[in-house]
Design a protein around this ligand. Structure first.
Ligand code: FEO
Ligand code: CA
Ligand code: CA
Length: 672
């Protein structure tokens, strides 16, 4: 097939969010090029400062205007922050050892086709796109792909990764299970001669559908010093893709808005789409968020009298999937799109179980969901809606967790209360971006708290319901995760280059926020069921020489540059690990994984642990222990102009040399 060139001009520039334009196109449907979906008139609390709500701080700083100036130019009065910063683009090649006993690496230039790990560590792929999961599954063959094979092979582009050591049957120290999701595909890198999704054959469309979803595989290692590797034929191995049946749970299950011609009861949905981050439950299941599901639906000509499609960005012509399945045409099957945008739960120990979509946790561009137990044993789930100017949510279950009762615990996310976050700042005069906040009720005790919305309307059109109650518009909230050691919650605001100077507030303090920030929440009384909290920004990302950056008060001459925080994780000591999505476009370095202690003498000392190859994003970090880290290398080689004939990355450096998204294991080499 002759490759048409019409799409190429779209991919000639780096995107404002830091990714290649190619990544933006396939990953989130060019979301940043679309109008901001949130057109609600909720106040930015910059407006509130101007209106005198933070009058005390404003007066202290010499008036409302001065307070806002203070927010745009960060100036910490502490000695640490006053230390000389590293010159732009220059960082120590090796820093002092981190609390985790490794020497931080220097950032790698954005064109580097290598995984770089600290001295004393090695890395190896655990599993790559196309690796066969079952006994008779064919080996991956780039030039002879079939949908039947892909349904039994590892999916593409993992974001969330979950590791369970031992697992069912307690198989011991050298066996385990890895579950990961498969967020999106890159049609141009998966097949030769494809310049856009419009060029895909029907069979290729079925292949890309089959490469979405989740992959579950048993893993094993030879001994404690060797890497984890997937086990072909493992008894818990499973692929979940776009034709896998899902059940619905919660108040909106069976809603008239979820019924389709294939499913007149609205309770059995085929497939899951664009799964991004996720979370592990205390009962051992996998939670995963359906994020940019909108891009798969052809909405051309679809009526939208209440703005429901527009608020979710369901406005494009899709990816051509309606050519093989009517359900991806919004005109032909208007409710199908309502069946995506949920948190899904999968029991990785039972490959015959039916995965569930939980309506009680609301519908938006779910980045993921991370849970913690409340003081009285209920389950709180923290969730971000990854869109410019969208919100942070919390769900609190009605029922209580029962240790060892998985069947009961798997009902907990079906019923409970849903809240959305409002943050208020206390002004810049105290030298910190911090303040207080409330969880604003959307649904409580089975009753809608949103005027004009029924419970099922709140849950299906959660963004529109939240707009009514006045939450804070955030800079693309990605992972929102409770820290199991200190009980606080850490949320990555990845970036928002659309925020104007008039729209800054203390919680989103930078206009044209290219580099993002990380915010710490402390629930009142330390209880995840609390309705109020305090918050503080602990990392304002960027090059440390940039006066706007902030590393929790640490000396900026000794920290690493970072941009676009995305996934967060914690090690057993409660240190914060951050992976990035956008370093190449913002700082001209490869994306990376960092650790930042939250307590003690090294508090705020951000060190780089590894970097991923050219075009890739670092995802799903799992900090098994100080010697052993899993990451997903997502979209390797995805740079503008790359094709299978013009390969930019050969990661993971096997066989045909094509880039293959993989989960990798970085591990310490003992005694070598
Ligand atoms: Fe899939 Fe919000 O990143
Ligand atoms: Ca403050
Ligand atoms: Ca993400």
């Amino acid at each position: 097939m002759t490759a048409p060139i019409r799409m190429l001009p779209l991919f000639t520039r780096s995107h404002e969010g830091g990714r290649s334009s190619m990544t933006c196109h396939y990953r989130c449907g060019d979301a940043c090029d679309q109008p901001v979906p949130n057109t609600s008139d909720n106040e930015y609390f910059g407006d509130l400062v101007a209106a005198g709500v933070s009058r005390r701080a404003a007066l202290r700083a010499g008036g409302a205007g001065a307070a806002l100036v203070g927010l745009t130019a960060w100036s910490m009065p502490s000695a640490a922050a006053a230390a000389p910063a590293a010159p732009a683009g220059v960082v120590p090649a090796k820093g002092p050892k981190s609390a985790l006993g490794f020497t931080g690496i220097a950032p790698t230039p954005a064109t580097t086709d290598a995984v770089v790990v600290p001295e004393g560590f090695a890395w190896a792929p655990v599993i790559s796109w196309g690796d066969p999961l079952f006994k008779n599954t064919p080996a991956f063959d780039f030039d002879n792909q079939t949908a039947a094979a892909q349904r039994e092979q590892a999916g593409y582009n993992a974001d969330y990764v979950q590791f369970i050591q031992g697992g069912a049957g307690n198989r011991g120290a050298h066996q385990g299970l890895v579950a990961f999701n498969n967020e999106y595909t890159n049609d141009e890198l998966m097949f030769r001669g494809v310049a856009s999704s419009a060029d895909l054959t029907d069979e290729q469309l079925r292949i890309v559908q089959a490469a979405h979803g989740l992959t579950i595989t048993e893993v094993a290692r030879r001994n404690a010093d060797s890497p984890w590797r997937w086990v072909q034929g493992g008894e818990r191995n499973r692929r979940i893709h776009t034709d896998t049946p899902f059940a619905m749970s919660g108040p909106a299950a069976g809603s008239v808005h979820l019924r389709t011609s294939d499913d007149p009861k609205g309770e059995r949905i085929l497939g899951t789409l664009n799964n991004c981050a996720g979370g592990e439950t205390p009962w051992g299941t996998v939670l995963s968020g359906e994020e940019n599901f909108n891009q798969y639906f052809n909405a051309t000509g679809a009526p939208d009298p209440q703005g429901r499609l527009k608020r979710y960005g369901i406005t494009s012509a899709g990816r051509g999937w309606e050519r093989i399945q009517d359900r991806f045409s919004v005109v032909k099957e208007p409710n199908e799109v309502n069946r995506f945008g949920w948190i899904v739960e999968v029991d990785p120990d039972d490959p015959t179980s039916t995965p569930v979509k939980h309506t009680a946790l609301g519908r938006f561009k779910h980045e993921g969901a991370s849970v913690a137990l409340t003081a009285d044993g209920r389950v709180a789930a923290y969730m971000g809606d990854d869109e410019r100017f969208d919100y942070i949510y919390k769900f609190v279950s009605k029922g209580r967790y029962k240790e060892g009762d998985k069947k009961h615990n798997m009902t907990l996310l079906a019923e409970g209360d849903l809240y959305v976050a409002r943050l208020s700042g206390d002004g810049a005069a105290d030298g910190e971006y911090d303040g207080t906040g409330q969880w604003l009720p959307l649904v409580v005790d089975g009753v809608s708290k949103v005027p004009g919305f029924s419970v099922e309307e709140v849950l299906i059109w959660t963004r529109l319901a939240a707009d009514v109650v006045g939450p804070t518009k955030m800079d693309r909230p990605e992972d929102v995760q409770p820290n199991p050691v200190n009980g606080r919650i850490y949320a990555a605001m990845t970036n928002n280059s659309s925020r104007t100077p008039a729209q800054i507030d203390e919680a989103n303090p930078r206009a044209s926020n290219k580099h993002g920030h990380v915010t710490e929440f402390t629930e009142a009384g330390g209880d995840h069921a609390a309705l109020t909290f305090t918050w503080k920004i602990v990392l304002v990302a960027g090059n440390p020489s940039d006066p706007q950056t902030y590393f929790n008060g640490y000396d900026k001459s000794e920290v690493s540059p970072i941009s676009c925080p995305d996934n967060v994780a914690f090690d057993k000591a409660g240190n914060l690990w951050i992976s990035t999505d956008g370093m190449p476009g913002q700082l001209n370095y490869c994306d990376a994984l960092y650790v930042m202690p939250l307590e003690g003498a090294d508090k705020g000392k951000l060190q780089q642990f590894l970097s991923v190859p050219v075009g890739a994003e670092t995802c799903g970090p799992v900090i098994i222990n100080e010697d052993s880290v899993l990451v997903a290398v997502q979209h390797p080689g995805e740079v503008n102009g790359a094709t299978p004939e013009n390969v930019v990355s050969h990661f993971p450096y096997r066989g045909d040399g094509q880039p293959r998204p993989s989960v990798i294991h970085a591990y310490r080499r003992h005694g070598r």
